[in-house]
Structure formats: structure tokens, C-alpha cells
Write a protein that binds this ligand. Sequence first.
Ligand SMILES: *Cc1c(COP(=O)(O)O)cnc(C)c1O
Length: 500
Amino acid sequence: MEVLFRSTRNHEEKVTASQAILKGLADDGGLYVPEVIPKLALTLSEVAALSYKELAYEVMKLYLTDYTESELKGCIEKAYDDKFDCKEIAPMTYADGSYYLELFHGETIAFKDMALSLLPHLLTTAAKKNNATDEIVILTATSGDTGKAALAGFADVPGTRIIVFYPKDGVSAVQEKQMVTQKGANTHVIGIEGNFDDAQNGVKAIFNDKELAKQLKEKGFVFSSANSINIGRLVPQIVYYVYAYGTLLAQGKIKEGEEVNFTVPTGNFGNILAAYYAKCMGLPIHRLICASNENKVLYDFFGTGTYDRNRKFILTSSPSMDILISSNLERLIYKIAGEDAQTNKTLMQSLSSSGSYTISESMKDGLKGFYGGFADDNAPLQTIRKVYEADGYVIDTHTAVAASVYDAYKKEMKDEHVNVIVSTASPYKFARSVAEAVWNIEKDGEFPVKEDDFELVKLLHKVTGLPVPKAVKELDSAEILHKTVCKTQEMCEEVVKYLK
Ligand SMILES: *Cc1c(COP(=O)(O)O)cnc(C)c1O
């Protein structure tokens, strides 16, 4: 069955999957969603028998119906190859009462690799299919991990250029170094004097600038997005939820059909939205636990039905979740509004004009499968230590937000379902916080003051024995290639300058 995509803000225009991937954002500023969410075509025991790549094809073909079998399989082969450091691609580890679904075994050691290893191939295939000859300019705002994963994915991909904006003072030292040392003649990295929301708003404004789009079109350029608003990011993320379920089943940890919980450290709401789509496809999920850090706009939303971004932006030890406008929530709002584009549009207009909106009582019913929790910034560090002391397992600060929220959830709800914590980054990406958390003063002595984050990588290795990933080892000596910094208001100018 062919699946078409339409905007969350109007039902006039319908596009194919490849067109939706090419465009990123719909013309009316809405997000592309499938007209119907397809059902899983396999039984759960069939799922359990498949490799990651085989399953990726079986899940994604249900959405990307205008890609041929050989196109889609070709994209999958190129994405999930030995860039990943283990053959399972998304392995699972049991520690401290939960399963940890490790999504950080790709090139840039964060979960963004799961989709961004694939997106460049989906996109260039889409361009060919639609006879698009313009050079594709990927514009990306990043809270730290998307930027690097997108740069790595698109570097030197013919017919593309990539421009990444990141908050100059809002990412970890390792994250920044990963980005500013990116090679590739088609890559461009710019720090902005602002936070992630400023970066994301700036990028959205550039996307919506019709005049600019016209000028660039004359020069042979067309914009697209690698942010999780692109449906080409969302669809690959559905795969690992189904895969995780299959792994539990194959290992005899659950019975076929048994419901499980997923706890997801959340920022832009992309990762957990993919879990929600998996549930809509028929995957047996009891509850989706949405874990926020101190920027707890989603926690408040799940509790009150009011989304309100008018608050102070807090920098935390989980920077990739320091977000007040969770773009992908729009896809959930649309769904719980009964796929009513007009209702969604009105709420989104209210968000952009006043910074808040409130959903109706009947829409609140659609949130019943979710639980929103948050962790203040001490909790993740304590949790990293607790999990390490319990089982010698080291988790990063984002994953620790999820683990903290899950502990509180379990205490409050006495829910005994098997729980999977989605583990989104390697601890080495946030070595400073993790090293401090696992440091044991009695055993290891006073925590040494280190200015250089790469010294902390060595320290973390010394204390835990956890192997240092290649991606981090190479960084220490890598040359800095990108030095541009600009103000939020200058983002558009920078883009024009670069494309001259
Ligand atoms: C991006 C990111 C998140 C948040 O994921 P969303 O899809 O934006 O909700 C969590 N943890 C890490 C390490 C990330 O890079």
C-alpha cells in the first residue's frame, strides 16, 4: 500500500516519502506525517529472528513506499556497516534493574548516528528519484550531537553541502571539538552567541524565508534539513524500538506479546516520538516514560496540558536535552487532535506568538500512554554512581536523566513491566561529569582539577577501565578547521556568504 505524507498544518498538499525527505519541512511550516501509520507486517517472533539491517528494511519499507527494494536495501547497507563498532548495531545490556538499549555505537558515539548514518543516502536517492538537480544545502541547528552526526554523514557526499549552527557556550568540550575539526570540503560549522532554541529558531526562519529560497534557487541551491523534523530521521528511529523488543524476546526475557516500558531521555521529542509510532504500529508497549532534565517543559506539559516555553533556559550536564521548544511534539499534538490540522495549526500559532498553548480535555486522553518525569541536575550524577556501584556499568549524563526518572516512576507507580532505558550517548562524550560521578574519594583520593577535558577522558578510562572509543581518541590531536562565530541575527547572512 502506498503511504503519502501530509503536513501537520493542512491537508491540501500530499507528497511521496522521497519528496517529504527532500523538503524536510512542509511549505506551511508544518511537519510531514504519514496519512496512516502502517501496521507491523511481521509477527513478533519473526521480528526476533532478524538482524538489525533486515529489520530496518522490513520496518522502513512500510513508510518509504516509493523507494524500490534495491534502493532502500542499498541505503541500509551503506549506513549500518563497520562505521558501527558492534555487529548488533543497537545492543542491549542489563544493569541495576533495567535493560539499556545502547544507541551510541556509531561514528559519533551518540544516538543521532542511528538515523544520520542513513539520511544522506535516503536524501541523495530521493534527489535522483525526483530528478532534482539543485545542490542540496543541509541546514542544521544542534544542541551538540545532531551537528556532528550530520556532518559525519554528509561530509563529501556529492551534490550536498552542510551548514551546522551550534550554541557556542552550550555544548560539551568533546562535542565542540568533534564539530570544529570536521573534515570535508562541503562542511561548514558556525558557533552562535545564543542557546539551542535560538539556533533552531534561526534555522526555521531561514527555511521560511521565501525570498531567500528564490535567490538561492537561481544559483542552483535548495535547502533541506537533517534535524529530527525531517521524516527521514524519524522513520529509521522506529526500527530500534522494534529491534529492542525482538532482542528481549529472542533472549527469553519476555513472552511474545508481553508489554514493556521504554524510558527515553528527551529534548526535541524525536526519539520518543519514534517509540510512539512503534506503539501505533502494534509493538506491545505499556508506557513511554518521557524523561526531561531541568528544562522540564515536557514534564509540565504532561502534567497540566499546557505547553509553556516562557521560562529560563537552564544549562545542565545533559546539554543535548537543553531545549524549550520540542519541535517533534507537534506530530503528537496533531495525532491526539484526531489528525485535525486546523486545531494543530491554531495551537502552533499560539506557541509562536505567545510561547504557550493548552490542549483540550479530550486531547489529554491521548497522552495516557505517556508519563512525564524530570530530574534536577544532581540526580543524574548520583544515578551514574549508583548504577556503576551496582553493576560496574557506566552511563552518560543523558541516559542517567532517564535512569533517575525511571527510579522515581517505579517508586511512585509500582509498575513491574520490563523496562528499557534508551541509552543515547557514550559516557566519553561527557567525560567531565561522568568522571566526577564515578570518582570515589575514599578509594581514588581527591578529584584532581583538570582544565582540559581530554585529561578527563584519560581519567575516566583509568578509573573505570571502559575502552575509549576511536571517535574520542582521534580528537585530541585533530586540527581545528572551523572558527566562525556569529550573533543569532547574523545566521542568515552567514549562510548567504558561504553560498556565494
Ligand atoms: C539528541 C539527544 C537526546 C534527545 O533526543 P530528542 O530526540 O531530541 O528528544 C538525548 N540524549 C542525547 C545524547 C542526544 O544527543
